[in-house]
Write a protein that binds this ligand. Structure first.
Ligand code: V47
Length: 364
């Protein structure tokens, strides 16, 4: 199909309203020139077609096994070198204690993500998953970014499929969206030169989808990337989703500047840019079922606002179990109750529905 570069934002908006797919060029025009209120309207229209008046949440907690990491990404506030007084590296016994301490909660999902520790291998992580499932057999384990997975699987000399099968057999049911950052290779070389490539990230998710393992995708925005690089990122995700259909949710992650090298001399983007990015993600990723407003990163008020810009998922209760964002300047001790989630949904005119990892409704 030929692209008419003279399309105005009104022409493109009409196409979106009619259920059409927009090109990269059209996304650029919409992103730069459409009023924010129009983007909200378009994104909420799509949201409504996909999820009606429902906004999803789950009851979850995170395990961050270690913040010791082989890679030293410039945007990361969480990473420490081995021997640093602020480094941690939990043993399997300590992980078991963490899970036991939450055994009697209403949790249905455990999200495991951490640094790429040079001493651990795939069998250590498989044991970790087994421990979680032994203590809380009813929970789903959503574990390890594609970057952590690539490291442990390559170290074991396995193919991605072999490694993923081993972890799936141990109880890993889904893969979180972290580690994607921004796919543009030149930008990646500036912000996370040592980390696995975009090709690795996409290949890992493709392999997971081939095995029937569902996954999420993220984009780290609001640092030194351009709008075109954001669109390129979304475009690579949309293309993979066309091929596999294996993604459940997309999560735009706002870059937070405290405590990391990239933040020196940078301002965080304003909330209007957050809402524009969220709405454009909902519009561009027409084949993604869900867009998540990750409240831990946005903060509660902005997350509530995001429900008016196309998000249909708020993530979960968290219960003070993740440090990645608090170490970068977001809220200390992040925690939401089910009543908080319900109030946030109601203020956006939506109905909060508890979901499992796979977006099935949970009736209590
Ligand atoms: O990959 C690291 C990001 C991600 C900073 O799949 C930062 O449901 C902002 O992926 N400022 C990990 N972001 C978190 C993640 C995630 C979170 C919630 C839900 C899901 C899901 C996935 O955090 C990293 C990186 O992109 N990150 N440092 C920072 N300073």
């Amino acid at each position: 199909m030929s692209v008419n570069n003279n399309n105005t934002y009104e022409d493109i908006a009409a196409k979106v309203s009619a259920g059409g797919r927009i090109s990269r060029e059209e996304a650029g025009v919409l992103w730069r020139t459409a009023p924010l209120s129009l983007l909200a309207e378009l994104a909420c229209g799509i949201r409504h077609r996909k999820s009606g008046d429902v906004v999803y949440y789950n009851c979850n907690f995170h395990i961050e096994p270690t913040n010791i990491c082989l890679f030293n990404c410039r945007f990361c506030s969480y990473r420490r070198g081995a021997g640093d007084p602020e480094a941690w590296n939990h043993s399997l016994e300590e992980i078991a204690d963490i899970v036991r301490s939450r055994r009697d909660s209403a949790v249905t999902e455990v999200h495991i993500v951490g640094g790429v520790h040079p001493d651990h291998d795939i069998w250590f992580y498989a044991d970790m998953i087994r421990i979680v499932k032994e203590i809380m057999p009813h929970v789903s384990v959503k574990a390890f970014t594609a970057i952590e997975l690539a490291y442990m699987i390559e170290k074991a000399g396995m193919s991605y499929e072999e490694g993923l099968r081993l972890l799936r057999d141990a109880g890993m049911e889904a893969i979180p969206g972290g580690g994607a950052e921004i796919f543009d290779e030149k930008l990646r070389a500036r912000i996370c030169p040592e980390k696995g490539s975009s090709e690795v990230w996409l290949a890992m998710h493709k392999a997971a989808h081939r095995l029937g393992i569902r996954s999420n995708a993220t984009m780290l925005y609001g640092h030194v990337e351009t709008v075109e690089q954001r669109i390129d990122h979304l475009d690579r995700l949309r293309a993979l989703q066309d091929e596999t259909g294996g993604f459940d949710a997309f999560i735009p992650l706002k870059y937070r500047r405290a405590g990391n090298r990239l933040g020196e001399g940078l301002e965080e983007v304003p909330v209007t840019e957050d809402m524009r990015t969220l709405a454009m993600s909902r519009i561009y990723l027409d084949n993604f079922p869900h867009i998540k407003a990750y409240w831990v990163m946005y903060g509660k008020q902005t997350a509530e606002m995001a429900l008016g810009f196309g998000a249909d998922d708020m993530d979960g209760t968290i219960d003070d179990s993740t440090k990645i964002y608090s170490m970068a300047g977001a809220e200390e001790k992040p925690r939401l109750t089910v009543d908080d989630m319900k109030a946030m949904a109601a203020s956006a005119g939506l109905r909060a529905v508890e979901r499992d990892t796979f977006y099935n409704e949970i009736m209590r």
